[in-house]
Design a protein around this ligand. Structure first.
Ligand SMILES: NC(=O)c1ccc[n+]([C@@H]2O[C@H](COP(=O)([O-])OP(=O)(O)OC[C@H]3O[C@@H](n4cnc5c(N)ncnc54)[C@H](OP(=O)(O)O)[C@@H]3O)[C@@H](O)[C@H]2O)c1
Length: 204
């Protein structure tokens, strides 16, 4: 079965953006950028990958899920045109042909996608959508940035207190101070072999 993977940049204090959606403090220069380009080219906006001459093979992700705020803040009508793009909104309609905007329950959409053939599903964010589909997340790949924001949009929005265990798969630390941490959900009776379409960071 396909996995739902929440892949996001997060501060040391657990924020994916500032209180007003600010993200300009995130480090976009440094050796971690080469790591992103090499391993997660599928998560680059299509125009950026084209400009940099980076091929996007969809080997890692072939579908991306975004909440409306995340889609809007990107400023591009079809940011990940190389992927199947699904945006959740109860109030808006599609702005580009290559984009599906839906008011359907995100959990139902995720469960249906998982039954389809394909690669892993990238949960791009933001916090509100992540909180809604939290129980469906199979894997976390967090790009922990060496920053404190103090306040902002939490990785999981306003998800209520409910501890859940994840197991470490791999950690890759970059000289920039950015640390990639990959974790998979611990499920009762499941082994790591049960996880389909998984992603392993390859170190370095
Ligand atoms: N650091 C990172 O890697 C990263 C990654 C992604 C996003 N972000 C940041 O996250 C911020 C946005 O996060 P956010 O928590 O404010 O918003 P969000 O989750 O991106 O979007 C929230 C919106 O999605 C729609 N939505 C949410 N739940 C829904 C549901 N159950 N059914 C249908 N539609 C639903 C609603 O839109 P309507 O009001 O239109 O119904 C809601 O207002 C941005 O600032 C972005 O920069 C950071």
């Amino acid at each position: 079965m396909r996995e739902l993977v929440y892949y996001a940049a997060v501060t040391l204090d657990g924020y994916i953006a500032g209180p007003n959606g600010e993200f300009d403090a995130f480090l976009v220069e440094g050796d971690h950028m080469a790591g992103i380009n090499a391993r997660f080219a599928d998560t680059l906006p299509t125009v950026a990958a084209e400009a940099l001459g980076i091929p996007q093979t969809r080997e890692v992700f072939d579908t991306v899920l975004m909440g409306w705020n995340t889609y809007r803040v990107g400023g591009l009508p079809s940011p990940y045109a190389h992927l199947r793009q699904i945006v959740f909104s109860r109030t808006r309609t599609a702005e580009a042909e290559s984009l599906e905007v839906t008011a359907e329950d995100p959990v139902a959409v995720v469960r249906r996608l998982k039954e389809e053939k394909g690669g892993a599903i990238w949960l791009c964010g933001g916090g509100a959508l992540a909180a809604t589909v939290a129980d469906e997340i199979d894997r976390l790949i967090l790009k922990r940035q060496p920053l404190l924001f103090g306040s902002g949009i939490p990785l999981f929005g306003d998800r209520p207190y409910r501890p859940e265990r994840f197991d470490l798969v791999e950690t890759v630390a970059y000289e920039s101070g950015v640390v990639f941490t990959e974790l998979e959900r611990r499920r009762q009776g499941a082994t790591t072999r049960d996880a389909g379409a998984s992603i392993l960071l390859s170190g370095g």
